[in-house]
Design a protein around this ligand. Structure first.
Ligand code: MG
Length: 499
């Protein structure tokens, strides 16, 4: 991208080495999770932290900050230029306010805490991890104070993952969402809904090579351009973006319950499409890629759940499934549909279905809010967690690995991250409602495997903009909405209760 404004061009030129460092860090991160031999860990750790230091030095270089400061005063900037300044300014603001000692303390605790968490989870003993969680929370509280906030200390942390997101926003979301979803779940369970019957299809062992072929066939159906995209295998699936023309995803093969592999693939491919359909003029700028974690998750959830778990899509891929999964060769479309949409109130968030998923997030949100509001001590977390699980999902963890120890986020210092998963779900349902109104043949198109109009809609409304706009602004501009939970509740009610 070139600008009419010489200051903007200087900024873009100065940003190029920063972008290149990020490019290398992403590539190293992808390699770490996929192909790097195990013994390479320590050396990779050194290289990774050194590149981060170099990045921070370039970002906080006085001359560069001076350029960004002058650009803030410029009038008649385009939306793209304003977006670049907004994103850089946010990053500089946070990096300047957090003292080096705190950043170092956090990286050190991330390594130690993560190791302690792994051990504690394997033995299912929270006590072993407790002092590290205490330490990390203490560091995060200090960071929140340094960043600053208007109302709630947790706001400072939420904003790092979702620009301008506050406790006020999330209280509104969960107050409206949690009781209604809880009620729907109760209805499903009490009425012995067919969605609650576990399918035998999830229990049999599949041929990994054949399901890998199946996943690649599904990506081909979804029209992924393999010249700019690839898929590999890792324990925890993820998407990594090196640039707008090199986006990579991974999937997982556990040997049983093949829906997990298919829907991980579709989920990550949804993330990838956001970056692949970003306007190419934003390439090598600070605003290539998505507007926020919540909006990114809305794209993965849209493809995974709204499209992927819909009956027309199941009908589209059913012949492929029967061909690649030997024990499913007699399964009807309806049997596959019910297997893909099985609802089960259970302990583990990552395995949760779309009905119960947000209840898992509600619990984590309540806990994080209380921690940073000084309303809950670390030693009280496991009990509080189990109580809320029992109230909302009707199951009480009998060991810490089923409850408080299940997620890696806190050990990595990711406080404020969980709520973005729910925002993604809410926005995916808003998109579903709008897209159905705009595209007359939406369901027919899915059934026929014609995704061109859906992809185009997403590109024009969301993807092309990268992070030119902050998430709340983009939502309001293009969808005329905010993080409104009503669409999601209606979607769940219609799909699971009115069938
Ligand atoms: Mg995701």
């Amino acid at each position: 991208m070139r600008s009419d404004n010489p200051i903007m061009n200087q900024i873009l030129d100065a940003y190029k080495p920063m972008w290149s460092l990020k490019h290398a860090i992403s590539l190293m991160g992808w390699d770490f999770e996929t192909y790097m031999p195990m013994e390479g860990t320590e050396e990779r750790g050194v290289a990774d932290s050194q590149l981060h230091v170099m990045y921070k030095d370039l970002l906080l270089n006085k001359e560069f900050i001076g350029l960004v400061e002058s650009a803030k005063k410029l009038e008649s900037l385009s939306d793209m230029e304003k977006g670049i300044i907004r994103v850089l300014n946010r990053e500089i603001y946070k990096q300047i306010r957090i003292p080096k000692e705190l950043t170092e303390a956090e990286s050190l605790e991330r390594i130690r805490g993560n190791m302690a968490w792994r051990e504690a989870r394997a033995k299912s003993v929270f006590r072993k991890y407790e002092p590290h969680l205490e330490k990390m929370i203490d560091i995060k509280k200090q960071i929140a104070e340094k960043i600053g906030y208007e109302k709630h200390p947790y706001d400072a942390l939420l904003d790092t993952f979702e620009e301008d997101l506050t406790v006020d926003d999330l209280d509104k979301v969960f107050d409206a969402l949690t009781p209604r979803i809880h009620k729907i779940l109760k209805k499903l369970v009490d009425s012995n809904s067919p969605f609650c019957n576990e399918s035998k299809l999830g229990k049999l062992r599949y041929d990994i090579q054949k399901v890998d072929d199946l996943n690649h066939n599904i990506l081909a159906l979804l029209q992924y351009d393999m010249k700019r995209f690839r898929m590999d295998v890792s324990t925890h699936p993820f998407t990594e973006t090196m640039g707008l023309n090199d986006v990579r995803i991974t999937t997982r093969y556990e040997g049983t319950d093949f829906k997990k592999s298919i829907f991980s693939t579709i989920h990550e491919a949804g993330h990838a499409l956001y970056n692949l359909q970003c306007d190419q003029s934003l390439s090598v700028t600070p605003i290539e890629g998505g507007s926020s974690l919540g909006l990114h998750e809305s794209q993965s959830r849209f493809w995974e759940n709204i499209v992927g778990r819909s009956l027309p899509f199941v009908q589209l891929i059913a012949p492929l499934i029967r061909k690649h999964v030997s024990f499913a060769n007699q399964a009807t479309d309806d049997e596959l549909y019910l297997y893909f949409n099985n609802v089960k109130a259970d302990y583990i968030r990552v395995d949760a279905d779309e009905v119960t998923y947000n209840l898992h997030i509600a619990i984590r949100y309540e806990i994080e809010k209380k921690i940073f509001g000084d309303e809950l001590s670390v030693s009280e977390i496991p009990e509080f967690w189990n109580d809320r699980m029992e109230q909302l999902l009707g199951v009480r963890p009998t060991k810490d690995s089923q409850g408080v120890l299940q997620d890696t986020h806190w050990s990595s210092g990711l406080f404020g991250y969980f709520p973005t998963y729910t925002l993604g779900n809410l926005v995916s349902a808003i998109i579903a409602s709008k897209i159905r109104k705009d595209l007359e043949d939406y369901e027919e198109d899915i059934k026929k495997g014609n995704f061109e109009s859906i992809r185009k809609w997403l590109r024009l409304k969301i993807h092309q903009h990268g992070s030119v706009y902050a998430p709340k602004v983009l939502l309001s501009n293009t969808l005329n909405e905010g993080y409104n939970p009503n669409y999601f509740v209606t979607y769940i009610e219609t799909k699971y209760l009115e069938c």
